[in-house]
Design a binder for this molecule. Structure first.
Ligand SMILES: Cc1cc2nc3c(=O)[nH]c(=O)nc-3n(C[C@H](O)[C@H](O)[C@H](O)COP(=O)(O)OP(=O)(O)OC[C@H]3O[C@@H](n4cnc5c(N)ncnc54)[C@H](O)[C@@H]3O)c2cc1C
Length: 364
């Protein structure tokens, strides 16, 4: 995430005096930090996070950066090294027959099937959960992949136990509206001030601000001086945001801005753009977390290729890995990130190289 300049504004509200007021402010500040943590982890309820596994998580060294032109530039650059025609887009996997060689891939919309010696599967944990076909995935059948034979119990259990939450971004194009005469505040120059880095502690019950807006910790310009402001939402608020018409979102944003920034200039939202990761059938959520009842071992199980190797004690050659797994949910220490996705892809490519060449292990 992009570093933000801290500025905390507590929503103005008259309250009883002294201790009660302080208590309310304490609670509001705590809720603000909880909301920040919910977006960082994607857990709707922080009580669902396994804190031991959280201790295994490692930040990648260095600054957070925004890739000019978007993340696809990285993928395009990597793909440019491949022979033309190697990458085929727009094929939606529906059935994966991995019981023998070759592996057979069947696609939606009548696209011709493909065969392969090895398949590295990188669909999201959300899509894998939908593919388990248990009662929690009712209604997402269109996203599911049929595994033939079904995934073995150790893999299914890891998929089921790990957490996969929803985080959405709401981008708002904002504009400072010149204050009308009575509202004018001496010395405020809307254009010069720019939209503030607003971190929000919702104190008490501010009735005009909708519940889902109270789940966001901040509304900040995407960079200092920008007229595009960004708010992050997690869990049920993120899912609800996906269901709202634009007008309702803008109304909720206005109620929030009017409450936190009552002095001139008045900020109005002109246009919005938001992600919809929960309802997108190719994702069905945003990123993984280690839920209570799961552990870092489950992330390792996610990474194990199929068929599973023999016991260390057995004097057998490991089977040829037919179905391999990569993606953020397969990385024990960097899960939930793009670098986990990248590093896990390198890991699986090296697994195949090792299989054929017995070469050095470059896994990360
Ligand atoms: C709001 C938000 C903010 C984030 N911020 C950051 C950040 O600041 N830093 C960071 O490092 N990470 C961030 N992440 C996380 C990062 O985006 C993910 O961890 C990463 O994209 C995961 O990559 P992946 O390849 O594992 O899976 P995905 O990106 O989920 O890719 C899975 C692919 O599988 C495809 N697919 C699914 N089903 C099928 C099917 N049936 N057939 C064919 N293809 C299929 C999908 O189309 C998709 O291309 C953020 C994520 C979100 C949602």
């Amino acid at each position: 995430m992009v570093a933000k300049k801290p500025r905390v504004v507590v929503a103005a509200r008259s309250a009883g005096g002294g201790g009660k007021e302080l208590e309310e402010v304490d609670e509001a500040l705590l809720a603000m930090h909880i909301n920040r943590e919910r977006t960082d982890t994607s857990a709707d309820d922080l009580g669902d996070l396994d804190l031991t596994a959280e201790g295994e998580y490692r930040d990648f060294p260095g600054e957070h950066v925004t890739i000019p032109g978007g993340y696809s530039r990285v993928v395009e650059r990597l793909a440019a090294a491949l022979p033309p025609g190697t990458v085929r887009l727009g094929l939606r996997l529906r059935r994966l027959k991995w019981g023998g060689t070759p592996v057979r891939l069947h696609f939606a919309d009548g696209a011709p099937p493909l065969t392969a010696d090895h398949v590295i599967l990188t669909v999201s944990l959300g899509v894998l959960k939908a593919s388990l076909g248990n009662k929690d995935t009712a209604g997402v059948g269109a996203a599911a992949i049929a595994f033939d034979p079904p995934l073995p119990p150790f893999k299914r259990e890891a998929v089921a136990r790990l957490g996969f939450g929803v985080v959405n971004k709401l981008f708002m194009e904002v504009e400072a509206v010149a204050p009308s005469e009575p509202e004018e505040v001496a010395g405020v120059q809307p254009a010069a001030a720019g939209f503030p880095f607003l971190h929000m502690a919702f104190r008490g019950h501010v009735s005009k601000i909708p519940w889902w807006m109270r789940g966001t910790e901040s509304i900040c310009p995407v960079h200092a001086g920008s007229t595009v402001a960004l708010a992050w939402f997690a869990g049920r608020e993120a899912a609800h945001l996906e269901s709202l018409p634009d007008d309702d979102v803008i109304r909720g944003a206005h109620a929030t801005l009017d409450s936190f920034l009552p002095a001139a200039p008045r900020w109005r939202v002109r246009r919005i753009k938001r992600s919809g990761w929960a309802t997108d059938p190719l994702f069905l959520g945003s990123y993984s977390y280690v839920a209570v009842g799961s552990s870092g071992d489950d992330l390792d199980r996610m990474a194990e290729p199929l068929p599973r190797g023999p016991d260390a004690a057995a004097d057998e050659r490991p089977p040829s890995p037919r179905l391999l797994f990569a993606g953020e949910a397969t990385h024990r220490t960097h899960y939930s990130t793009t670098h986990a996705a990248y590093l896990s892809g390198v890991r699986e490519a090296n697994r195949l190289l090792q299989h054929y060449r017995g070469g050095a292990n470059h896994t990360t």
